[in-house]
Write a protein that binds this ligand. Structure first.
Ligand SMILES: C[S@@+](CC[C@H](N)C(=O)[O-])C[C@H]1O[C@@H](n2cnc3c(N)ncnc32)[C@H](O)[C@@H]1O
Length: 534
């Protein structure tokens, strides 16, 4: 879902900004807010029963000729997480495609940051003009203006409402497009919509207001009800999807995928997902899944610690995660949340006694001292603000801070350290002034060792063939390729290459690339950064 990983330096920087915003915003959230959300109970009464849901989902897939894809290894059932979920009907192998889903609704994101773009092809790097029919939306070509989906959908409805923008196109209408598209769904599509969960407090009038502010005739009350319902369903279930424009550029959209919307979140999920060029959603097993096991995906970042993951899920998705990883103080042995013990001369680490309780004390594994949650929160806020100061520094400076100050303050297993390592591997060899030729041999070795550290965290978590593994493996592959290239002129090239690969515990570099290719097959976004390797 929001996991949504992209991989250009520019997009990574955007992700970081969002991440830091969330991170700095969460400590200020009222404890009452968390108390309310943490007391949410399993509510199986408010959702459609599994059997009926499954019939509707199958009809939806049939309509888009996707029912036979993936040999129907799934079924719908009640979940121990909340409501319904998808379950394996038989054993599923690692790497197996479980299903392909078609978006019931696609919409541009409603913030100006992601706009403007053409409402038909979703491209944003082309000149946009107002649709000649007078609907007030931007298009980029005659073909886009005449596309059936546009003409018979939002264009016709908007003209009835009489847009106020005259012969121009309107940013407000573009931002509120989801509300308009909700109205254009046919009966069968509305049946699918009715099968999806809607958190009442995730309903938003944002799109409706944008629409009303930009038309002469207000939508009817029952239309507004439907628009509000769709906003709630979207905010409960939507995925971030992408339209690839060129190697370095893709536009971000929101998509409602009925099958995807039935998958619950786990902090170590058993699937990964990606999109093809028609924004169809592919869900693939990252490890073997046994018959009867729930099929899960992650809505957020695997490398975050429990406190951050649960806070973000609570704020953005309105539920409190109680998965296996969240319930384990060591996070499956990864120690991503560990903090240094503050007691004098103690080299132990602090971990929560009960990670599902926000008020839990934290205990040192050496001196057994107990630290109250209030103190833990202030240590975390302090570390976040220190990191905030460092994270905008140029990557070489950041590396220096990591090796000096930060490594004294934060245990090596902590997610903040993992996060900085990920930032460094994303920049070294990839951005201006830090191209491969600019990196010293030592810097190459550091990048390789950071890749190994991050892969080791993922192995400890048991996250299988996930996308993040693919991204890190690709960085490792490129780094080793450059290291081998530098050895080429040497007389003892063969021996030194073997020593290098042995040190990394790798048979040959091409096997890394093969694993990357395996993970990213058919993934349109990944193919843009894999430089023709797919
Ligand atoms: C995309 S829907 C998943 C399907 C949903 N359970 C249903 O019955 O339609 C997301 C919602 O499912 C619930 N959910 C998903 N993962 C969960 C988890 N790990 N723990 C608790 N609730 C979860 C939350 O209510 C969340 O807002």
């Amino acid at each position: 879902m929001q996991c949504c990983c992209m991989y250009s330096a520019q997009v990574y920087a955007q992700m970081r900004r969002l991440y830091l915003q969330v991170r700095s915003a969460t400590p200020n959230c009222s404890p009452i807010f968390f108390a309310i959300s943490f007391s949410l109970k399993i509510n199986i009464m408010s959702v459609m029963e599994p059997e009926k849901t499954e019939i509707i989902l199958k009809n939806h897939l049939k309509r888009h000729e996707l029912l036979s894809v993936g040999s129907q290894a799934w079924t719908v059932g009640y979940s121990t997480f909340d409501g319904r979920g998808l379950f394996a009907k038989r054993d599923i192998e690692a790497g197996e495609l479980i299903f392909v889903d078609y978006a019931l609704l696609l919409s541009p994101r409603n913030s100006e940051k992601h706009l403007p773009l053409c409402v038909s092809c979703y491209k944003d790097k082309c000149p946009l003009f107002s649709c000649d029919r007078g609907c007030g939306l931007p298009v980029c070509s005659q073909t886009c203006e005449d596309s059936k989906i546009h003409v018979e959908g939002e264009c016709e409805y908007l003209r009835k409402l009489k847009p106020t923008c005259g012969s121009n196109w309107s940013m407000g209408l573009l931002r509120g497009l989801l509300a308009v598209r909700a109205i254009t769904l046919d009966d069968e599509q509305r049946d699918v919509l009715a099968a999806l969960q809607c958190h009442q407090n995730l309903k938003s009038d944002r799109e409706v207001t944008l629409l009303r502010n930009n038309v002469k005739n207000a939508p009817e009350p029952k239309e507004i009800d439907l628009m509000m319902l769709v906003s709630g369903i979207f905010n409960t279930n939507s995925f971030e999807t992408f339209v690839v424009q060129d190697k370095d550029h893709h536009t971000s959209l929101r998509g409602l995928y009925p099958m995807g919307a039935l998958i619950n979140h786990a902090c170590v999920p058993n699937t990964r997902h990606h999109y093809d060029s028609q924004q169809r959603l592919y869900v693939i097993a990252v490890r073997p899944i046994s018959a009867g096991e729930e099929i899960t995906m992650t809505y957020i970042d695997l490398l975050w610690d429990t406190i951050l993951r649960r806070q973000v899920l609570s704020i953005t998705k309105n539920f409190s995660c109680r998965c296996k990883r969240c319930s384990d103080p060591t996070e499956c042995g990864s120690l991503l949340g560990a903090l240094y013990c503050a007691a004098e001369n103690c080299s132990g680490i602090l971990l929560p006694r009960d990670p599902l309780n926000n008020e839990s004390v934290w205990t040192c594994n050496k001196c057994q001292i107990d630290i109250k949650s209030r103190q833990i929160n202030s240590i975390r806020s302090g570390l976040s603000s220190i990191l905030h100061k460092y994270i905008s520094k140029p990557p070489r400076k950041l590396l220096n801070c990591l090796q000096t100050e930060l490594s004294i303050l934060i245990p090596p297993s902590n997610y903040l350290i993992a996060d900085i390592k990920y930032t460094i591997i994303s920049y070294f060899g990839k951005i201006e002034d830090l191209q491969w030729a600019d990196l010293s041999d030592d810097e190459l070795a550091i990048k390789a060792s950071f890749c190994e550290d991050l892969l080791s965290i993922l192995n400890t978590l048991g996250s299988g063939q996930c996308r993040r593994r693919g991204l890190i493996l690709y960085e490792l592959y490129c780094t080793i390729k450059e290291q081998l290239r530098r050895l080429q002129g040497k007389s003892n090239f063969k021996e030194e290459s073997l020593i290098l690969l042995k040190k990394m515990n790798i048979k040959d570099n091409e096997s890394l690339l093969n694993e990357v290719i395996n993970i990213f097959q058919n993934d349109t976004v990944a193919s843009t950064f894999l430089n023709g390797n797919l």
